[in-house]
Design a protein around this ligand. Sequence first.
Ligand code: DI6
Ligand code: FE
Length: 412
Amino acid sequence: MNSTLHDCQKLWINTHIATLDPQVKAPYGLLKNHVIGIQNGKITLLSPQQNLDLDYFKGEIIDAQGNYLTPGLIDSHTHLIYGGERSGEFSQRLNGRSYEEISRSGGGIMATVAATRALTENELVEEARPRLEALLVEGVTTVEIKSGYGLTLEDELKMLRAAKQLADSYPVTLRRTLLAAHAIPPEFQGNSNHYIELICNELIPQVAEERLADAVDVFCENIAFSSVQSEQIFVAAKAAGLGIKVHAEQLSNSHVSALAANYGAWSVDHLEYLDQAGIEALQKSGTVATLLPGAFYYLGETKKPPVKLLRQHKIPMALASDLNPGSSPLASLRLMMNMGCVLFGLTPEEALQATTRNGAIALGLGKSTGTLSVGKAADMLLWKIDDPAQLACQFGERSLQQRIYAGEMANV
Ligand code: DI6
Ligand code: FE
């Protein structure tokens, strides 16, 4: 018996494996006619099928019948815990009011803050359940959830705890991000620096101490926080040992991407107004550029992120849903892959990299998930397709046959 088979409890045979591993020099890191073996939730073997003598294998064999395996999908930017809904704003915007106008007149994020504060942790979990389930049935195996609709110490912690309670009831890896700097709370209007102090001096240390989040995020925008305030948050996050992410250059260029990159940010997200200097800073730091085509589409934006320049500078690009009630009420990562190609010009291969490998890096999980490589989590999807490009090209069909989480069959 081949010695490496000893390291496997289960094997998937008769499959083509889109590893997404950059070491595998083929489109999608494709290994045709390979076998993948797993043990204790991790990948332990990748081998051409013809090299293995399976007659003596004592574990479980799953016949993939010539179908394709990919890594589990990673939605690296969501706001899926919240109360209420904002379809009224949708109608207002269809009548010509802008997102910024609605926000400045007390709607927008503040409307969701009021609705979120009014709910208990358990109620938030129940409200969010259908949204998370929508992502999971499509093949998401790792999801990031942000706070940011509480904006008080207790309500931000309530959101982070709700995210954990929710994700604990599903086969999914959760990463949590503290986005207390999402909007200036009513209690601090005209006094946003005091709110930033509260975040830096109290909230971030407590969240780090109690391990309630993995990273910290800021909405740096004219209608939210300045780049100076963002930098204070980056300093505090770094001191607390948390990752850094930022909503950057979405509606204007505040040059915060370069600033965040200098602090070693995991990702900078949106980037419609990102310039050459920003791209060069990302290149130096290895920061992921996360593109959010759902918000671009839903807000009817016209300025597109500089995808050609990002590609030229070899910046890893991620795609995420940005699932939230105001600017992207779109619970589908497959739709984002399609939009990433149609609206932003990504290739289907880039779209799949963006929702697997690069999503993992954007969450500080590049070593443990995101590609099908020996040693990484056995989070895998089996698709009835003839070409991995179909995953970005098509939308709405049911080609996912098996959703495998940590080596276990985990269809949702
Ligand atoms: N992400 C956000 O946090 C804000 N925009 C975005 O793309 C808005 C969220 C909201 O309107 O509730
Ligand atoms: Fe967002």
